[in-house]
Design a protein around this ligand. Structure first.
Ligand code: ZN
Length: 457
């Protein structure tokens, strides 16, 4: 069998669960191994049998450390996958942090479910545990950008910067005489901390994400908007609470605060990062200066004035303190983490502000507050939302429709076919129409589990 085939095992018709299988000459490799997240029907797919026997997969190539791209790896390993997991060096470090946190949450969720269900004939189990993550980490092999990695005689690949989060990369795969490029997630055209995505001249097949395939980010001045919100809150002697994702968003916010301080515009106010995962991730950023497009002094100084809270006692003291401050804490959508303690204590005070700087998914507390819900439940009690609610919408790590089209328009030759994944159906379809009308490229929207032969083109 020498047919070249790809199959979409996740990230098709949804932004989560990214997994694409490539088969050639009896060899199988998987690009990304993400967790399905969000709606229950999606999450349940994490529990169904994997469509191919993990033992038969020769290698896994990981584009970046986000859970929707790496979160299923421990399950794959637990079920017999024993091949190498290729990624960049920062991705390896960030993935370990993210998977350990994911395992911890799953264990806690299972324990909570078992406490709640008195008639439990079937005990809730975590999808994986910390020891499963430990085992998976032993299979990781990290590489530099632009380093060709041989998988076997027919297959090799290199990672190329995709500008999305620290360590994120395209996978430029060569199978026999065919080239397939996997975008993973693609960053903004001018990322705040990172270098922009590498321009690609040509590929035979492009597997392209479409998260913002139907949208263009608003063009607000993020730094000025942040400063306005800080001023208004400090004038009221209030606390500014910023729910923040631990990777990239927390570091971007800290960088903006640093720039404002350097410009002499930031009022005197203590800034806290109260997030163990945020602190650990910041440590990884600190390890990789050459990945970041920052002046050396900025890189060296940007974290100097931040109070890192790494223990529970300090966190509790800062939570109980009513003095003005800026707090960055997880989780980004208020589904857990220390931000809940801040909100539980300070959401009913109209002097305070909650500022959203990231996407808030349906069904989360974050979305409810953003949509004007008057009361929110924390730790079993309802609290009235009396504080100011603000949002900065343009801080996204994903390129928007125009930014993705700009990147694609730099190709010197049209790919034979583009497969759009990693998007909700309306985003993907809008993007398909746009690509067809502007670039005249052939675009396919794969369904979940759909496979394609790439030989006869
Ligand atoms: Zn991502």
């Amino acid at each position: 069998m020498t047919a070249l085939r790809i199959q979409f095992l996740g990230g098709a018709g949804t932004v989560t669960g990214s997994k694409t299988l490539v088969e050639y000459n009896s060899k199988r490799i998987l690009i990304d191994c993400g967790l399905f997240q969000g709606l229950k029907e999606l999450r349940l797919q994490n529990w169904s049998e994997f469509p191919v026997d993990p033992k038969t997969i020769d290698a896994l190539i990981l584009t970046h450390a986000h859970l929707d791209h790496c979160g299923y790896i421990p399950v794959l390993v637990k079920n017999g996958f024993s091949g190498p997991i290729h990624c960049t060096k920062p991705t390896r470090e960030l993935t370990e942090i993210i998977l350990k946190d994911s395992a911890k949450i799953q264990v806690e969720d299972a324990e909570r479910a078992n406490r709640k269900s008195y008639s439990s004939h079937e005990k809730a189990k975590p999808l994986y545990k910390p020891e499963d993550v430990e085992l998976a980490m032993t299979q990781f092999v990290s590489h530099d950008l632009s380093e060709w990695v041989l998988i076997n005689n027919d297959m090799k690949f290199q990672f190329l910067n995709s500008g999305h989060i620290l360590g994120s990369a395209f996978v430029d795969l060569k199978v026999a005489d065919k080239k397939i490029l996997f975008s993973g997630d693609i960053g903004r055209s001018n990322p705040m901390l990172l270098y922009p995505a590498k321009h690609i001249n040509e590929t035979d097949y492009l597997i392209m994400e479409s998260t913002y395939g139907d949208r263009v980010h608003t063009c607000e001045n993020v730094k000025n908007e942040l400063l306005r919100i800080i001023y208004e809150t400090t004038e009221r002697n209030g606390i500014l609470m910023i729910p923040s994702f631990a990777v990239e968003r927390a570091q971007e916010l800290i960088y903006l605060l640093y720039l404002l301080k350097e410009e002499g515009r930031l009022p005197e106010i203590p800034i806290y990062l109260d997030s163990p995962m945020g602190i650990n991730s910041t440590g990884v950023y600190d390890h990789y200066p050459t990945w970041q497009n920052l002046p050396k002094t900025h890189f060296n100084e940007m974290y100097d004035d931040i109070h890192f809270i790494d223990n529970y006692e300090t966190s509790r003291a800062v939570v109980n303190d009513k003095k003005p401050k800026i707090v960055l804490a997880g989780s980004g959508m208020l589904e857990g983490g220390r931000i809940l303690h801040y909100l539980n204590n300070h959401i009913e005070n109209p002097d305070n502000t909650i500022l959203f700087c990231g996407f808030q998914a349906a069904g989360t507390r974050g979305r409810a507050i953003l949509h004007g819900e008057q009361e929110i439940k924390f730790f079993g009690d309802y609290k009235k939302v009396k504080c100011h609610v603000e949002s900065i919408t343009s801080m996204s790590a994903h390129g928007d429709q125009q930014e993705m089209l700009d990147w694609m328009s730099k190709f010197k030759k049209a790919p034979k076919k583009v497969f759009l994944n990693h998007g909700e159906p309306h985003q993907t379809d809008t993007f398909r129409v746009k690509i067809k009308s502007t670039l005249k490229w052939e675009v396919v929207i794969p369904q979940l589990y759909e496979s394609f032969h790439l030989d006869d083109e």
